[in-house]
Design a protein around this ligand. Structure first.
Ligand code: GLU
Length: 640
């Protein structure tokens, strides 16, 4: 890398650090040099190298970075990461470990993920040098027509849909786990769920995140009997920090699944309890909360299938970037934006110039995302065209290098760049309505991302969710888990007749933004990453990739950098973390005409990423957030 760009890089890194840290934090030295070579590389092992017998006997401290050998894991939660490391130390592979971590997070982070939801798991299989995606996205029930989301000719208010039975998709998580383990794991559900059972049963101390998340759900939990009983104290308020939270119902539910396999979830008492909770939500007597029932049937659960799909891939400056495809828009939108960015020599530009192009590329990619993408089993999306380098070349000039946009970009014409048989224009036509989503989904504290690798070189990048923070707010009575509200990810145009690839249809999967990502260089793993955050997931992944690949930031610095997110807003504006608004780059971008809204999110944060960086000497660095969501947890299997 040229000396000139190194100086720019150092400047970028320093500004980033200043803006990212709270006033009480010490600034770490700025990492320089080639991607991944920074102070994260010298970080301790995060405490995850203790005895293999019972890693949970004495919990290590929370560390956001760890470098070592063997496998590695990073999640938002200490116990989640520890569960993954425990499985690795006992000989399980990355898939086994990722499912173990997800099971524990279902207990410790129940407002973000769990067996009432779904997700996308991206798996790198070292022996085959191959990447596959396991789509276990929630699915609209077979009797759910789009008209159910309208009353008196108008869409039901978004918030009312969130807390309803109508927005509950058939949960995909358990079948996704089972499919992942059966195809690519070495252990069964029974083995990998043991730690989750123990954590749910023995309980854990409520921390600040858990307390705050309960607090933000308080009104609806107070109105829903099963949620009140599980999550609120005897006084009907959020349990305080330090109180022990136990979930014996979830432990019993996990046991049923451990013993009976995925069928125990999709048939029998758990399935019946889910159907009952959707058809007749358990409302507190006297509550005025209107929780509309849904239409899920036992057969919807019984018939649910996870899908194994090929990864979406693009190349970027010598790297191969793999993501998940439809029904997630994540991998395609990240890839399209990277293709647009590849035409700029970012290494020679100032941080402000780089960010200006990053915002411009994201805006164009989001215009196409809003117009063309939906469940591939219902919509013939022009994916090959969207991923074509020629298409990016044709569209790049729409990024005005001198001025920020003041309006939304129109979608392009990817059909002209399809290399496979062209899809039918009727189904692929751009949306007339509804590319906007009725909520500001710049991210709340919903969803979670898990990254795990093993000693054999397998990698799992896994995002799982129940959609909103607390899902639809309804705990399945007697079973200890919240239901999702994933169907609010469908577009609900104000004109019910407006065509859109992402409208509700029976049996359809709503378009997602989840973007689990695995990046190879010269055929070898380089990094794995992703984040929660609604549609900001896409920009978070993109910004981290630009920080790592183009700006040469070590992965921990790329991840900690203050975030901005351009998602083709009608007025051309972008969302920004509070930490970014005061940074020098913000000033430079404002001079180009950029307008930033403070990300309307908890703590002014966007996302909560985790990542892994694989080094040439065989070591691996695991990275979690140092600050966002009160910091995540990174560990390795063995000290370097
Ligand atoms: N439901 C979101 C999606 O699939 C994920 C949840 C979130 O992070 O907001 O894109």
């Amino acid at each position: 890398m040229a000396q000139r760009s190194k100086n720019h890089l150092a400047m970028f890194g320093l500004l980033v650090l200043c803006a990212a840290c709270s006033p009480n934090e010490k600034l770490a030295p700025v990492g320089r040099g080639e991607p991944g070579q920074g102070d994260a590389d010298a970080a301790p092992d995060g405490g995850g190298t203790g005895a293999a017998d019972d890693l949970f006997a004495e919990l290590p401290g929370l560390a956001p970075t760890a470098t070592g050998r063997g496998g590695a894991a990073a999640t938002v939660d200490l116990r989640g990461t520890l569960a993954a490391i425990e499985v690795l130390k006992k000989g399980g592979n990355a898939v086994d470990a990722a499912v173990a971590a997800a099971g524990v997070l279902g207990a410790t982070d129940p407002f973000s993920c769990g067996i009432g939801g779904g997700g996308f798991m991206l798996v790198y299989l070292a022996a085959d040098n191959k990447v596959v995606a396991i789509d276990h996205r929630e699915t609209a029930p077979s009797r759910l027509e789009a008209s159910a989301f309208y009353e008196n000719g108008a869409p039901i208010a978004f918030d009312e849909l969130v807390t309803s039975g109508l927005s509950v998709g058939v949960p995909g998580t358990v079948r996704g786990w089972s499919e992942a383990l059966r195809r690519y794991g070495t252990l069964g559900l029974k083995d990998v769920l043991q730690r989750a059972i123990q954590v749910a049963e023995a309980g854990f101390e409520v921390d600040a995140t858990f307390f705050e998340q309960t607090g933000r759900n308080l009104a609806r939990f107070q109105a829903i009997t099963s949620s009140k009983e599980l999550f609120l104290g005897p006084d009907g308020e959020a349990r305080p920090v330090g109180a022990v939270f136990k979930n014996p119902d979830l432990a019993r539910t996990y046991r049923l699944i451990a013993e009976g396999g995925d069928k125990a979830f999709y048939e029998g008492e758990i399935a019946a309890a889910i159907v009952a909770a959707v058809l007749e939500p358990p409302i507190e007597p006297g509550s005025t909360l209107d929780v509309r029932p849904g239409v899920i049937a036992l057969s919807d659960l019984q018939d649910y299938e996870a899908r194994v799909r090929p990864a979406i891939s693009t190349t970027y400056r010598g790297y191969t970037v793999h993501g998940v495809g439809l029904p997630s828009s994540g991998g395609i939108t990240v890839a399209e934006a990277l293709n647009l960015l590849e035409g700029f020599d970012l290494e020679t530009l100032t941080p402000v110039e780089v960010l200006h192009r990053y915002l411009g590329a994201s805006r164009l990619a989001f215009a196409d995302r809003g117009a063309f993408l939906g469940d591939p089993e219902f919509v013939e999306a022009p994916v090959a065209g969207l991923l074509s380098k020629d298409y990016a070349d044709a569209r790049r000039d729409l990024i005005d290098l001198a001025e920020a946009p003041t309006s939304a970009a129109a979608p392009g014409d990817p059909f002209a760049f399809q290399t496979d048989p062209s899809p039918s224009p009727r189904r692929g036509q751009p949306a007339r309505n509804g590319s906007a989503r009725p909520k500001n989904d710049a991210s709340d504290n919903e969803t979670t991302h898990i990254t795990v690798s093993d000693a054999a070189g397998n990698i799992v990048s896994y995002t799982c969710t129940i959609e909103s923070e607390g899902g639809n707010g309804v705990v399945v009575p007697g079973h200890g888990f919240l239901l999702n509200n994933e169907l609010t990810d469908f577009n609900i145009p104000s004109d019910p007749a407006a065509p859109h690839p992402n409208v509700v249809e029976p049996g359809k999967r709503p378009r997602s933004s989840m973007s689990p990502t695995i990046v190879l260089k010269d055929g070898k793993p380089e990094i794995a990453l992703a984040s929660p955050g609604g549609s900001t997931i896409i920009t978070t992944v993109l910004q981290i990739l630009v920080g790592y690949i183009d700006l040469g930031l070590p992965i921990d610095k790329a991840l900690a950098a203050p975030r901005i997110s351009q998602r083709n807003a009608g007025d051309g504006s972008s969302d920004a973390e509070t930490a970014f608004l005061g940074a020098l780059e913000a000033e430079g971008l404002r001079a180009l005409g950029h307008v930033f809204s403070d990300a309307n999110t908890t703590g002014g944060e966007i996302g909560a990423a985790t990542a892994l960086r694989f080094h040439g000497d065989g070591t691996v660095t695991a990275v979690a957030e140092p600050v966002r969501r009160h910091g995540g947890s990174a560990m390795v299997e063995r000290a370097p």
